[in-house]
Write a protein that binds this ligand. Structure first.
Ligand SMILES: Nc1ncnc2c1ncn2[C@@H]1O[C@H](COP(=O)(O)OP(=O)(O)OP(=O)(O)O)[C@@H](O)[C@H]1O
Ligand SMILES: O=C(O)C1=C[C@@H](O)[C@@H](O)[C@H](O)C1
Ligand SMILES: [Mg+2]
Length: 192
């Protein structure tokens, strides 16, 4: 079946609930999230982008001037506000899973973990200067440590999409759409 047909069926079965993408920095939440939204006919939002807009500064500058704690507070506020909408694919920040209160919002939708090995994250983020937590002498070690701290939290997702080799964002979005029915309640069929 064509992905467009599958996407239409999945969209109907979702009944408007939001899709939340979680995972490490560089796992593709923003890139795949945008593709997922357009394929399934949802709107797209990115908590990091909304934070930068409301704060009027880059994430780097927020971390520098206010610190990580202030960023996390803003992040929870933005997540809470976005979760009031429906029919959205929402790319979150890599640390969204750290706060319990964030899960009260995430759990209202369907949570998708993009599980990408550190080697791929590193190759994607080599030379990146927009992620404050990676501006350290040993970004590989930093990613390993943070993944170890967060792994069990990411694992609370409804859906785990493991990326073992490079696939295009469109291929990953298609894989998400094809896998969503496995975690939804089966449709009611009165003839059975
Ligand atoms: N499937 C993919 N194949 C190749 N490159 C990708 C893929 N997904 C994302 N990328 C690239 O990896 C980089 C990071 O992707 P992206 O910004 O979507 O990650 P993220 O999970 O949103 O990260 P963050 O948590 O920091 O917001 C970007 O340069 C993007 O173009
Ligand atoms: O993994 C993280 O803690 C982060 C990921 C990014 O999305 C941004 O939210 C910020 O750089 C922090
Ligand atoms: Mg992102």
């Amino acid at each position: 079946m064509q992905i467009a047909d599958t996407a239409e069926r999945v969209r109907d079965r979702l009944k408007g609930i939001n899709l939340y993408l979680i995972g490490m920095m560089g796992s593709g939440k923003t890139t795949v999230g945008r593709e997922l939204a357009s394929t399934i006919g949802y709107g797209f939002c990115d908590t990091d982008a909304v934070i930068e807009k409301v704060a009027g500064q880059s994430i780097n500058d927020i971390f520098k001037s206010e610190g990580e704690q202030a960023f996390r507070e803003l992040e929870s506020k933005v997540l809470g506000e976005l979760s009031a909408y429906t029919r959205l694919a929402i790319a979150t920040g890599g640390g969204i899973v750290l706060r319990r209160e964030n899960w009260s919002y995430l759990q209202q939708g369907l949570v998708v973990w993009l599980d990408v090995p550190v080697e791929i994250l590193l190759s994607r983020l080599a030379g990146d200067i927009t992620r404050p937590l990676l501006q350290v002498p040993d970004p590989a070690g930093e990613l390993q440590t943070r993944l170890a701290q967060r792994q069990r939290l990411y694992a609370q997702a409804d859906l785990r999409i493991t990326v073992t080799h490079e696939e295009t964002p469109a291929q990953i979005a298609a894989r998400i759409i094809e896998t969503i029915p496995t975690v939804l309640k089966p449709p009611i069929n009165p003839e059975n």
